[in-house]
Design a binder for this molecule. Structure first.
Ligand code: 1VU
Length: 486
C-alpha cells in the first residue's frame, strides 16, 4: 500500500510529517504502509535500504508533538513484531513528548508494551533509533533500549523536560544542555552517532543498516597480495601516542561515498565517550567486521571503567548478530586511581571480560605494540577464547613494562645506587628482565600468541583467520543472548 502526502497551501511538504521522513530514509518507491496514517501519533511501514528489507516506525510530530498513546504504541509494537517475524532490521524515527498526558496510565501501559517488544527483539534483529527532535520520557528510554542511537542536531533526549526539572529541582536548564548531542555524545554515552543534519542522520542509518543486515562474506580474493604496511602508521618511538583510527581506516576496505570519493568503510560508534577505546563496524575483504581497538591517543590507551563498558556492549551487539570481531591491542593497563575505583572500574571492567569470554563469533586479536597485565587478559586474549592471536614484531606481552617491573622487583637495589648511576642501572636491569621474562617470544612459546606476523600481511592474516573460523563452524554462529544496554 503506498500513500500520497498532503501538501501545505504553499505546496511544500511538512518536514515533521512521518510520511515525509520515512521516504527520506528508504529507497525510492520502496515504502509500503503497514497501516494507513492516522492520528495515533505513530506511523509504520515496510521498505528497503539498498535493497535490504527493513521495517520503520516513526513518531508523528504533527499530532500532539508525537506523544505516544495506546493506539500509537500498538502500531510500534506491531512494527517491531513484524520485523522479528520477517527477520529484518527495525528502525525507529523519534520525535515525541513521551506518553500522552491526556491518556494517563493507559498511555504508560502502551509505552511499557513498546519497551517489552524491543526487549523481545533484542539480539534477534538489529534495532536502530534515529532521534530527530525532542524525545522525552518513554521516547527517551525507547531509543536507549535499541542497539544504535543516531542523533540529529535538533535531537533532545531526556527523562523530563526543562519545565519539570525547574519545578521539581529549581534548576534552570535549557533543552540542548539537558539532552542535546553534546551531552549524550560525551557524558552519558546514550548516543552512538552524531549526524550533521537530518539528511545525514538518514545517510548514516542507511550505512549502518547495510553493515548490520548485509554483512556479506569475507572473500580473500578481494585483498591485494601485499597489503599496506600498517606499522608504518605508528610513530618510531615506542612510547609516543598515535591515533589508532588511522590504522583502522587503512586496514578496512574502502567504500564509494555518495560524492563518488573513496572513503573508509569504518563507521565509528560513540567516538567521544570512553575515547581510549575505539569501536565500530566496517568491511574487511568484503565482509562486515566489528573493530575493538585501544587508542593510545587518549589516556595512553588505558582501559578505564567507561571504555571497558563501551566495548563490552559493542562486543555483545556484534555477537548477537553474528558479526566477527577484529581486536587491535596497544594497551599499557587499566587506568589506576581512586576516581576509577569509585567509578566502578572493577564492576564495569568485568563486563568486558564477560563479553569476550561469552562471544561465540570468530574474534581475532592483533597486538601492535604492547599488552600488559589485566588489560592483556581483557583484550580478547587466548585465555578468553580468542580464535587467533597475532603480534607484530617487537610487540611486548608482559605483566607490566620491564621498566616498571624492575622498579618494583629491585626497589632496594635501585634506592641504594648512587644517584648518577641509578638510571643506567634501571635500564640494565630492565633489559635483563625483558630477556628473562621473554616478551612476545615466550608468549608464542607457551601458545598464548599464535604467530608474529609481517605488518604488511595484517589484512590478509586477520581476514583469513576469521574466514577459516567461519568455514569450520559452517557459518557465523551468533550468540544466543539479547543486547542489554549495559
Ligand atoms: C513513560 C513515561 C513518560 O513518557 S512520561 C512523559 C512525560 N513527558 C514529558 O514530561 C514531556 C512533556 N513535553 C514537553 O516537555 C515538551 O513538549 C517537549 C517534549 C520538551 C517538547 O517541547 P517543544 O519542542 O517546545 O514542543 P511543544 O512543547 O511545543 O509540544 C508540541 C505539542 O505537543 C504537545 N505535547 C508534548 N508532549 C506531550 C505529551 N507528553 N502528551 C500530550 N501532548 C504533548 C504539546 O502540548 C504541544 O501541543 P500544542 O501544539 O500546543 O497543541
Amino acid at each position: 500500500m503506498t500513500t500520497t502526502i498532503p501538501r501545505s497551501e504553499t505546496g511544500s511538504e511538512n518536514t515533521r510529517d512521518p510520511r515525509v521522513r520515512v521516504r527520506k530514509l528508504l529507497d525510492q518507491d520502496s515504502v509500503e504502509e503497514l497501516r494507513p496514517a492516522d492520528d495515533s501519533g505513530a506511523y509504520a511501514v515496510r521498505g528497503q535500504i539498498t535493497g535490504l528489507p527493513v521495517v520503520v516506525y516513526c513518531s508523528d510530530a504533527t499530532t500532539m508533538g508525537g506523544a505516544m498513546g495506546t493506539a500509537g504504541c500498538d502500531h510500534i509494537v506491531a512494527a517491531i513484531d513484524t520485523a522479528v517475524r520477517e527477520r529484518c532490521p527495525v528502525i525507529g524515527l523519534w520525535h515525541s513528548g513521551g506518553a500522552r498526558l491526556g491518556e494517563g496510565v493507559q498511555a504508560l501501559d502502551g509505552v511499557g508494551r513498546v519497551f517489552a517488544a524491543m526487549v523481545r527483539a533484542s539480539g534477534k534483529v538489529p534495532q536502530i533509533s534515529v532521534v530527530l527532535g525532542p524525545a522525552a520520557g518513554g521516547a527517551a528510554y525507547g531509543p536507549a533500549l535499541t542497539d544504535i542511537v543516531v542523533m540529529a542536531p535538533e535531537a533532545r533526549v531526556f527523562v523530563t523536560g526543562p519545565d519539570v526539572v525547574r519545578s521539581v529541582t529549581g534548576q534552570a536548564v535549557d533543552m540542548v544542555t539537558l539532552g542535546g548531542p553534546e551531552l549524550h555524545g560525551k557524558d552519558s554515552g546514550v548516543m552512538h552517532v552524531a549526524a550533521d543534519d537530518e539528511a545525514d542522520a538518514y545517510l548514516r542509518t542507511r550505512r549502518l543498516t547495510g553493515l548490520l543486515a548485509g554483512a556479506g562474506d569475507i572473500d580473500l580474493d578481494l585483498l591485494p597480495e601485499h597489503g599496506p604496511d600498517l606499522r608504518a602508521l605508528l610513530p618510531d618511538e615506542a612510547r609516543r601516542a598515535y591515533d589508532i583510527r588511522s590504522v583502522v581506516h587503512e586496514m578496512l576496505d574502502p567504500t564509494i561515498s555518495p560524492d563518488a570519493e573513496l572513503r573508509s568503510s569504518f563507521e565509528e560508534l560513540q567516538p567521544r565517550w570512553g575515547p581510549s577505546m575505539v569501536v565500530g563496524l566496517g568491511r574487511l575483504a568484503g565482509g562486515t567486521v566489528g573493530v575493538v581497538a585501544n587508542n593510545p591517543l587518549r589516556l595512553a590507551g588505558c582501559l578505564d571503567s567507561v571504555s571497558a563498558e563501551k566495548a563490552a556492549r559493542f562486543i555483545r551487539m556484534c555477537d548477537s548478530f553474528g558479526i566477527p570481531l577484529v581486536v587491535l591491542v596497544d594497551v599499557p593497563g587499566y587506568l589506576p586511581g581512586l576516581g576509577q575505583e569509585r567509578g566502578g572500574v572493577v564492576r564495569r571492567g568485568a563486563k568486558l571480560l564477560h563479553a569476550f569470554a561469552e562471544a561465540t563469533v570468530p574474534r581475532v586479536t592483533l597486538v601492535l605494540r604492547k599488552a600488559y597485565g589485566g588489560a592483556y587478559v581483557a583484550m580478547n586474549s587466548r585465555a578468553l577464547g580468542a580464535t587467533a592471536v597475532f603480534a607484530w614484531p617487537q610487540a611486548e606481552v608482559a605483566v607490566m613494562s620491564a621498566q616498571a617491573a624492575v622498579g618494583i622487583l629491585h626497589r632496594r637495589q635501585l634506592a641504594a645506587a648512587a644517584e648518577d648511576e641509578r638510571e643506567a642501572l634501571h635500564d640494565r636491569l630492565a633489559a635483563e628482565h625483558a630477556r628473562a621474562v621473554g616478551g612476545v617470544d615466550r608468549a608464542v612459546a607457551i601458545g598464548v600468541v599464535d604467530e608474529v606476523i609481517d605488518p604488511a600481511s595484517t589484512q590478509r592474516r586477520l581476514a583469513a583467520a576469521l574466514a577459516a573460523a567461519i568455514a569450520t563452524r559452517g557459518g557465523n554462529s551468533a550468540g544466543r543472548h539479547g543486547n542489554i544496554p549495559l
